[in-house]
Design a protein around this ligand. Structure first.
Ligand code: KG4
Ligand code: ZN
Length: 340
């Protein structure tokens, strides 16, 4: 018997983006994401505001996605939703909304690990190939995954402290840049030269650490500002270029190490930091030098989005991997047993 088209609705509310998407047999029909600007004035995500905003936005996002896909809610076969890792209050909004939909429509719930979904974004509109190294770099995570095939994913390393995006945001804050500072750092770095040396952290094998750069920038600025109060203003572009270069070098050093250790030439980058032009330039240079094939999803799928949640949900749907309605939200989520 021929199977009809399968529609999966995906929901993502793990941090400060409310996103709803619909995939049809794995192809993205709609993907609506709204970001929360309220956190800007606090210089970081305020969890209580984040969850309140999700409550206000989620139904509208779902309606927009259904309208764009020209579907009625009762045509949806399953709801895929991020249940971790992330901010507990934020996760609970998406998860409760998803459970409510599943209960009222009598359709299955599919709980999704946010980090596995980021890796999945490499396969949306991109023909990524295995074996693949996936570097996930965002405001909340920094991870290096070895994907041998769609089912075998190994966590090679991760950050021991701050995420790469946090490193941009926190050092940028020291320079007086608005939150999130990553895109500003990128913009000013393009106008400057990496003339200041910030030490690169030494970490075990494939792990990362970004708290050191934040501290060294802090002490460096303190010292310089004591001598010249206009130091940041005068050197903003060069400071940005230097910090960006240090972060990019730390990211690519482990990628090179892993690519060589496992003989992998397919390299994917996911997460908001993949927008960074310094990182992209460096990766393109490395790809030329080392014969890598690079996969970087378009921005809407790099930053937090529900299309990646629904896409992974579709794979799980085909395998009958459903979750029960008692599935909890998990602020932390082990990925070592990752299975996509
Ligand atoms: O993936 P994402 O949208 O959300 C999280 O899961 O965190 O990533 C947001 C992070 C922020 O830290 C932001 O500063 C950083 O990505 N980011 C950038 C750039 N664009 C966004 N960092 C450096 N350069 C950029 N162009
Ligand atoms: Zn994310």
């Amino acid at each position: 018997m021929e199977r009809g088209t399968i529609y999966i609705l995906g929901i993502e509310t793990s941090c400060d983006d409310t996103s709803v998407a619909i995939v049809s047999d794995g192809a993205v029909l709609a993907n609506f994401t709204t970001s929360q600007w309220i956190h800007e004035k606090f210089g970081g995500v305020v969890p209580e505001y984040a969850s309140r905003f999700h409550v206000e936005a989620i139904a509208e996002m779902a309606e927009m996605a259904l309208n764009a896909a020209k579907l009625n809610i009762d045509q949806i076969h399953a709801v895929a939703v991020t249940n971790g890792p992330g901010l507990m209050g934020s996760l609970l909004v998406g998860l409760s909304f998803a459970k409510g939909l599943c209960l009222s429509l009598g359709i299955p719930l599919i709980a999704i690990n946010h980090l596995q979904a980021h890796a999945m974004s490499l396969f949306i509109e991109e023909n990524a190939a295995f074996p693949l190294l996936c570097l996930t770099v965002s405001g909340g995570h920094t991870q290096l995954l070895l994907m041998r095939n769609a089912c075998e994913i190994e966590l090679l390393g991760q950050t021991l402290d701050d995420a790469a995006g946090e490193a941009f945001d926190k050092t940028g804050k020291l320079l007086g840049l608005p939150y999130p500072a990553g895109p500003w750092m990128d913009k000013y770095a393009a106008l400057g030269t990496a003339s200041f040396d910030f030490p690169l952290s030494q970490t075990p094998r494939f792990d990362y650490s970004f708290s050191g750069i934040k501290t060294s920038v802090l002490y460096f600025l303190k010292k310089q500002l004591a001598q010249s109060p206009e130091f940041i203003e005068k050197h903003r572009n060069d400071l940005c270029a230097s910090i960006q270069q240090a972060i990019v070098r730390m990211l690519t050093a482990k990628l090179i190490l892993a690519a060589e250790a496992f003989g992998v030439r397919n390299i994917g980058v996911a997460g908001g930091v993949s927008a960074n032009s310094g990182l992209r330039r460096e990766l393109n240079d490395l790809a030329l030098q080392k014969g890598w094939k690079l996969f970087i999803p378009k921005m809407a799928y790099c930053t937090d989005n529900a299309a990646m949640i629904a896409s992974l949900g579709y794979k799980k749907y085909l395998r009958g991997e459903f979750s029960n309605l008692e599935t909890p939200a998990l602020a932390r989520f082990p990925v070592t047993e990752a299975k996509v």
